[in-house]
Design a protein around this ligand. Structure first.
Ligand code: UTP
Length: 233
């Protein structure tokens, strides 16, 4: 069997300022094309706006971090259901079920060409889920599609001197992200828990701007892509 490829689709891609309808159409077309080329694909979908809004709403009445994370997870599964339904509707061989563990998701890839999932358990984001899915499915790398072009030397939203990086090691990425888990609904270029896990299993990570579908397709097809390549040491 060909090694599967795992793609994390950040929730911002489903709710950003770009033309989401056109983007979804391009994503659908690309996935059909990749499936036709014999690819096995695992998608891990982020929570985006519903996660942030749900967590904000719940935080009026809940303080337990675990419970707020559960709200975020529910939002990721909502978005995963949208993608799953879209692919099922056009006849892709995609699993109907949204798996709740990466072990199950990896098993399901034996039967289906495509598996779509969201979050799993509290304490991390879907970036970490995608790395665990890649580990369990025997994938050599994972693609993190987000709404920034590259990993930067610092947070470009707050640091005007931040510079984009084309290539770096996982350990160098860990120096940028730190090692501590983020709070419910917090965001960063790459979740530190995902970086820790990728170091443990020696996985390569590609980080790219998923609003440009060609970058996702290039990375999945193993071509040079615009974005950041993070390699194990
Ligand atoms: P996301 O994975 O969407 O966070 O999870 P993100 O990467 O910051 O956001 P996007 O998708 O790129 O916009 C949203 C929230 O859901 C909870 C966390 O609280 C997280 O911040 N979550 C998600 C979990 O607790 N466990 C999971 O496996 C996934």
């Amino acid at each position: 069997m060909v090694a599967p490829i795992i793609v994390a689709l950040g929730g911002s891609l489903f709710y950003g300022d770009h033309d989401v309808k056109t983007w979804l159409g391009q994503l659908r077309q690309t996935i059909v094309h990749l499936e036709g080329n014999g690819r096995k694909l695992g998608f891990v979908v982020g929570g985006g706006k519903p996660a942030r809004e749900g967590i904000q709403l719940a935080s009026h009445v809940l303080t337990d971090r675990y419970k707020l994370d559960e709200i975020g997870i529910a939002a990721t599964r909502l978005n995963a259901t949208v993608l799953q339904s879209m692919l099922s509707d056009i006849g892709c061989k995609v699993s109907q079920e949204i798996p709740t563990t990466t072990e199950l998701a990896a098993q399901m890839l034996n039967e289906f060409d495509i598996v779509v999932m969201g979050g799993t358990t509290p304490g991390h984001t879907t970036d970490a889920v995608s790395v665990a899915f890649a580990r369990d499915a025997g994938a050599a790398h994972v693609i993190i599609a987000t709404n920034v072009s590259h990993v930067y030397t610092a947070d470009p939203r707050t640091n005007p001197d931040a510079e984009p990086l084309e290539v770096l090691s996982l350990n160098e990425l860990q120096e940028i992200t730190g090692k501590e888990a983020m709070g419910p609904g917090q965001s960063a270029a790459v979740d530190p828990i995902a970086v820790n896990l990728a170091i443990e299993c020696g996985l390569k990570i590609g980080v790219l701007d998923g609003r440009d579908i060609r970058r996702i397709e290039d990375a999945v097809e193993g071509r040079p892509f615009e974005g950041t390549l993070v390699h194990p040491e």
